[in-house]
Design a protein around this ligand. Structure first.
Ligand code: AMP
Ligand code: MG
Length: 416
């Protein structure tokens, strides 16, 4: 006899399949713009960046000390040289050294011609302009050689790199003023539901504050996106249809929350069937079962679930990689680690769970995780208190405390 649960499980699309289906249909935006580095943080490079100069440009000192030529000196004995001038950072010593001479030098100053070593000031004794060096010095030390980091013409950053603060400094180190980046993708987002009440207004029975739109506002805060909040909308077929049609003429991407299930007032699928092309999936992930993906005219469409935690999970796991791909970024995967789970976890086989967890690291560096509390898809408090997902495979069932589990940290920082 067949298990009724099996057919239910089969109808659910594994999250990896949904991601691959979306990925295959998307291409980075063709538009680009040239931006000064000062406003390019977080944008995605359209072209690779090549070095304009050697870095360092010259051979320079990495310490404050004395530059000398050790070739004709017996350095197994203490020796003395005459200080004949100074090489400052930005103001090199202009002459060649003669034998018996050395030059006072500071960090970042060009190594004078005819010198091969810098001896740090702490090792020498100074009497007027006579410098006494001790025996057995480490030679050819404390020098940063020209092109040691990169040479003129070297590839510094590949195309499709999303620029970090470090990248900005890296590009600036070769004197480049502006970079070609993919244009911002335009995104219009809205929430749907007759029960929604705008924040700041009193709540009446049967209503709920429209929290999803504010979550989306935050999740979409990325320099690669130019986002428009299209407000909250009632479950009215014709009005919603017109709103989505209008939005499709203005934005590269349209995102809705709510109305994506198959209830009487869930119109997203029917509207999309009428005005666009749609793949409607029940995804094998928890939270976050219903997800609509498709096109209205040239615009890409994501219909997210209504439950607040499902919005976050489907956005992070499915929508965000797609938006990154559209805005030109190279594909990335989320960091996953193994941690010992100190609380039991409840799970029914059939969907991949993204349970909210609190990840900690003890003084030995071992990672432990506990459940962040109630896991219902309407429970925002445990989502807000979590710092990671505990990722449990589709077929996994409940786990007792003490098991090693896969965790996906939300950021590199965890609670102390
Ligand atoms: P739906 O997908 O429209 O059936 O909504 C599922 C659940 O999510 C319902 O309990 C809704 O009240 C809730 N919900 C829908 N939209 C929002 C929203 N914008 N903010 C907060 N909760 C919502
Ligand atoms: Mg609804």
């Amino acid at each position: 006899m067949s298990n009724p649960c099996d057919s239910k499980i089969q109808k659910l699309l594994p999250i990896e399949d949904a991601t691959n289906l979306i990925r295959r249909q998307l291409h980075p935006t063709s538009g680009s713009e040239r931006l000064p580095l000062s406003i390019a943080l977080g944008r995605t490079l359209k072209d690779p960046v090549f070095a304009r100069y050697n870095y360092p440009f010259d051979n320079v000192s990495s310490m404050d000390g004395y530059a000398l030529n050790t070739q004709n000196i017996d350095t197994s004995q203490p020796f003395q040289l005459k200080n004949c001038g100074t090489s400052w950072a930005g103001k090199p010593y202009p002459k060649k050294l003669s034998s018996g001479q050395c030059v006072r030098i500071f960090t970042g100053a060009v190594l004078p011609q005819n010198t091969d070593s810098v001896i740090i000031q702490e090792l020498v004794s100074v009497q007027n302009d006579i410098i006494t060096f001790p025996e057995n010095l480490v030679l050819k030390d404390n020098i940063r050689y020209s092109g040691e980091d990169y040479k003129k013409g070297d590839l510094l950053l590949p195309a499709h790199k999303k620029l970090t603060a470090v990248d900005l400094g890296f590009i600036a180190s070769t004197g480049i003023y502006d970079v070609l980046v993919f244009r911002q993708i335009t995104i219009g987002f809205l929430s749907t539901g007759d029960e929604l009440t705008p924040i700041g207004q009193p709540l009446s029975s049967g209503k709920i504050f429209d929290s999803n739109r504010h979550t989306l506002m935050g999740l979409l805060n990325d320099p690669c996106y130019n986002c428009s909040d299209l407000g909250q909308h009632t479950d009215h077929y014709e009005t919603l249809k017109k709103t989505l049609q209008d939005a499709s003429h203005q934005y590269d991407v349209v995102i809705t929350t709510g109305g994506a299930s198959v209830g009487e007032a869930d119109y997203i699928k029917d509207i999309m069937d009428e005005i666009g092309q749609i793949d409607f999936w029940k995804i094998a992930m928890k939270p976050g079962k219903p997800l609509a993906f498709g096109h209205i005219n040239a615009s890409l469409f994501f219909g997210l679930p209504g439950n607040p935690v499902s919005v976050i999970a489907t956005f992070q796991q499915i929508v965000e990689p797609a938006l990154k791909q559209l805005s030109g970024s190279a594909p990335t995967t989320r960091l996953q680690l193994q941690a010992k789970c100190l609380t039991p976890l409840k799970k029914t086989p059939g969907r991949k769970d993204f349970q909210r967890g609190i990840l900690k690291q003890n003084s030995q560096g071992e990672l432990t995780v506990i459940s962040a509390g109630q896991q219902g898809s309407h429970i925002l408090s445990s989502m807000s208190g979590a710092n990671c997902y505990i990722v449990l495979d589709q077929q996994c069932s409940s786990l007792p405390a003490g098991q090693w589990v896969t965790v996906e940290p939300f950021s590199c920082f965890i609670f102390e």
